[in-house]
Design a protein around this ligand. Structure first.
Ligand SMILES: C[S@@+](CC[C@H](N)C(=O)[O-])C[C@H]1O[C@@H](n2cnc3c(N)ncnc32)[C@H](O)[C@@H]1O
Length: 261
């Protein structure tokens, strides 16, 4: 099971919120509100509830958080001040029980589907289509990470990192950088109207804690692949830590809505 800690999720949340495409987020809110008197949104891979905070409290809306990590669900409930109707379900995305989606108007997710396989995405698309449920999936990593100033080893490190992103994270071979494209294909095949928009992180040289955590994640992942010689990787990481660098990390947001009758 892939484990995410609250420190990393807390660190990335401001950058995630700044990056989300506001037009797609507002369209997702509008679709949700159009679902009768007390619409239900189900947030898959909710972590500590970042997506709910991006939507903002709305007394008319009910939320269900679904994650396989009960510790993150517990942490979410104490971080959701102002949200009244929130339930939690411990479940794995690969074997999602029917009651996890029951009654949903909209399924949301963020920073999730790059961990999933194409088969999982296709199964979820079919299940959402059967219930005419919308999907808002934000912050799907697209394989681009550009550092400024650049270093000679950047492209070799990035290629190894992206290869690691495609490894099995518990749900089969992960989509990694292909997640947004796979979501579009799977939902269009179900007759959905799909919109995508870029949502890159733009980290300034002053956003040191997140940039250093990102760098540490790169070093761990690339180290696991063995694709970059260890001394070269250590030198690259040291140079990156010593020189304040800005970074742009590419993501895409996806909104897939069922066709109108
Ligand atoms: C990168 S975190 C994103 C969390 C949150 N959506 C956010 O944007 O902060 C990925 C989340 O997916 C959950 N997750 C990963 N694999 C899962 C699986 N197979 N089933 C259910 N949840 C999973 C993790 O526990 C984690 O909370």
């Amino acid at each position: 099971m892939s484990a995410f800690d609250t420190t990393w999720l807390d660190l990335r949340e401001p950058a995630d919120h700044a990056a989300r495409d506001e037009t797609l987020l507002e369209a997702a809110r509008a679709f949700l509100r159009g679902g009768g008197p007390s619409p239900l949104a189900v947030d898959l891979g909710s972590g500590t509830g970042s997506t709910l905070r991006a939507f903002g409290p709305d007394a008319a809306v009910r939320w269900r958080l679904v994650d396989h990590d009960p510790r993150l669900l517990d942490a979410a409930l104490v971080r959701l001040e102002g949200f009244d109707a929130v339930e939690r379900v411990v479940a794995d995305l690969g074997t999602l029980p029917a009651d996890a989606l029951a009654g949903a108007r909209l399924v949301t997710a963020s920073a999730l589907f790059d961990l999933a396989s194409r088969a999982v995405v296709e199964r979820i698309a079919a299940r959402l289509a059967a219930g005419r449920i919308g999907l808002y999936a934000a912050l799907n990593y697209d394989g681009s990470t550009n550092w400024d100033p650049p270093l000679e080893l950047d492209s070799e490190v990035l290629a190894a990192f992206n290869a690691h992103q495609r490894g099995d994270k518990g749900l089969g071979a992960a989509l990694g950088p292909s997640a947004a494209e796979a979501l579009r294909t799977a939902f269009e095949a179900q007759g959905y109207v799909v919109r995508v928009a870029p949502s890159p992180w733009r980290l300034g040289a002053d956003q040191r804690p997140l940039r250093d955590a990102l760098l540490a994640g790169f070093v761990d992942a690339v180290g696991e692949t063995g694709a970059v010689e260890a001394t070269g990787l250590a030198d690259w990481a040291r140079a990156r830590r010593e020189r304040p660098a800005a970074a742009r990390v590419g993501h895409w947001d996806v909104l897939a809505l069922p066709p109108e009758d």
